[in-house]
Design a protein around this ligand. Structure first.
Ligand SMILES: Nc1ncnc2c1ncn2[C@@H]1O[C@H](COP(=O)(O)OP(=O)(O)O)[C@@H](O)[C@H]1O
Ligand SMILES: O=C(O)C1=C[C@@H](OP(=O)(O)O)[C@@H](O)[C@H](O)C1
Ligand SMILES: [Mg+2]
Length: 210
């Protein structure tokens, strides 16, 4: 897929010394199931040539168990605990002097501890991918068995209900991005928004330069 060139503020910071080498930055995607966090996150990371982590996949790899089986066998509380532990680990794992993209699962951001962890992490931007329940339902339809909170329900009604419960939490994300369109369009809009919210403070002027 061809996508626009990332703005300079998003490119990896030049290795100018120990301070910038030690800097770690993260872009954290939040929003409902089907908003496109995993998809847009993977494309964004490709575009920025940086690591991408999907929290659900990280949990599945560590536990050797699907998200659906973790819900079924251990319950939602155990899954939420795994989310917190995994997100805490990932937030520390950005490359030194570089950026990473992290896609959360839809319910992770509804946990106050997760919002606090992200806010307390320097050089971290949270982005809410916003889509309406009808769009979310269409997108999750192909993958429905993988989302236990939608199993055995009217998915659109369940999505509407979860969105109502979580909207205030999602609203706490720093960047709000409509996610109704195609992936390419969302990616371009996301890059533009991120350019307005640089991950790094501006570099100090170099002495002797205008
Ligand atoms: N902008 C989009 N337009 C159309 N389909 C999309 C878009 N973003 C994601 N999808 C599709 O919707 C489904 C859910 O996307 P996914 O990235 O897994 O969402 P999330 O991680 O937010 O639950 C996938 O089948 C994906 O290919
Ligand atoms: O909204 C939720 O509570 C969930 C969303 C899922 O991730 P996606 O948002 O990537 O589908 C996954 O973490 C789990 O099924 C629970
Ligand atoms: Mg996902």
């Amino acid at each position: 897929m061809t996508a626009p060139c990332p703005p300079a503020s998003l490119q990896r910071p030049a290795p100018i010394g120990p301070t910038s080498q030690a800097t770690q930055a993260s872009i954290v995607l939040v929003g409902m199931m089907g908003a496109g966090k995993s998809t847009v996150g993977r494309h964004l990371a490709q575009q920025l040539d940086c690591p991408f982590a999907d929290v659900d996949r990280e949990i599945e790899r560590a536990e050797q168990c699907s998200v659906a089986d973790i819900f079924a066998q251990r319950g939602e509380g155990a899954f939420r605990h795994l989310e917190r532990v995994t997100i805490k680990r990932l937030l520390k794992s950005a490359p030194a002097g570089g950026v990473q993209v992290i896609a959360l699962g839809g319910g992770a951001w509804a946990q106050p501890e997760v919002r606090h962890m992200v806010r307390a992490t320097p050089h971290c931007r949270s982005v809410w991918l916003q889509a309406d329940p009808a769009t979310l339902r269409q997108r999750v339809a192909k993958q429905q068995p993988t989302r236990p909170l939608l199993a055995g329900t009217d998915p659109e009604a369940a999505l509407e209900c979860l969105l109502a419960q979580r909207a205030a939490a999602y609203g706490e994300a720093e960047i709000h991005l409509p996610a109704q369109g195609g992936v390419e369009q969302i990616l371009a809009a996301l890059l533009a928004k991120l350019a307005d919210h640089p991950l790094m403070p501006p570099l100090p002027p170099i002495p002797g330069t205008p």
